[in-house]
Design a binder for this molecule. Structure first.
Ligand code: ADP
Ligand code: MG
Length: 222
């Protein structure tokens, strides 16, 4: 394959995929090439379905899925990248595989951990951390926030911050502070863990995927 860097929007995504290398926690990237007007980027095909299609699998299964996801997110961070668009539409799950496999897709918003202050915004309004609206340096705690939102989705069947893109700045800030989605979490201990992971102040969250993963450990048994 005669490899050329294509001139379309996936360039940063390709750079990220080339930098992180293969790992069982994300789809394997094989390369890219241009053919006349067409740009091709080749990944392994993931069997399974988007996590978005999995509705309320129960507390223990939800926690197990998210702990597996956090192991992958932690590995991504170790390899120097933040995902920054973690949401149920960017996670694939193969429930038939033994053991069940959860994998990340879509590095379209990924940035190096040391990329400095974010100009503009990144991520998806319903899931992103407040500091992803721009003007802040980002840390693994931004991915902790979004992953906590995925757990809220699995537990409740609803996005953690519905219609966020329609809210004014002050409405959005109140929403981040009050975290109304937590009221729908029945398990008290889990609610406390999620309150911390969804803190609007990144310094008050779990500082790593591993720390959040450890805090979820008590809830893996039904
Ligand atoms: N390697 C893959 N194998 C199977 N399905 C995939 C793969 N990559 C992406 N998808 C599916 O395509 C959808 C869109 O891909 P994604 O990389 O998330 O692009 P976008 O930037 O448009 O969100 C994903 O939500 C997922 O359902
Ligand atoms: Mg996507």
């Amino acid at each position: 394959m005669d490899k050329q860097v294509p001139t379309f929007k996936a360039t940063a995504e390709i750079e990220a995929n080339e930098a992180i290398g293969p790992y069982r926690g994300w789809v394997r990237y094989h390369g890219n090439w241009r053919d006349g007007p067409f740009s091709h980027v080749v990944f392994d095909w993931s069997r399974g379905q988007m996590l978005e299609r999995v509705k309320r699998p129960g507390t223990a299964a939800s926690v197990r899925i998210v702990r597996q996801l956090l192991a992958h997110v932690g590995e991504l961070h170790r390899r120097g990248y933040l995902h920054l668009d973690l949401k149920p539409g960017n996670v694939m799950i193969d429930q038939k595989a033994r053991p069940r496999s959860v994998i990340l897709v879509d590095l379209g918003e990924a940035r190096r951990v040391d990329a400095g202050v974010l100009e503009g915004s990144s991520g998806t309004a319903e899931y992103r951390a407040p500091e992803q609206r721009g003007g802040h340096a980002l840390a693994p705690s931004a991915d902790v926030f979004a992953t906590a939102g995925i757990l809220v989705y699995l537990l409740t069947g609803e996005h953690p911050n519905p219609r966020a893109h329609k809210l004014s700045q002050s409405e959005l800030e109140a929403r981040y502070r009050e975290r109304p989605a937590l009221a729908r979490i029945e398990n008290r201990g889990l609610r406390r863990v999620l309150r911390k992971a969804l803190d609007p102040d990144p310094a008050r969250r779990y500082q790593s995927a591993a720390a959040f993963r450890r805090a979820l450990r008590p809830y893996v048994d039904p």
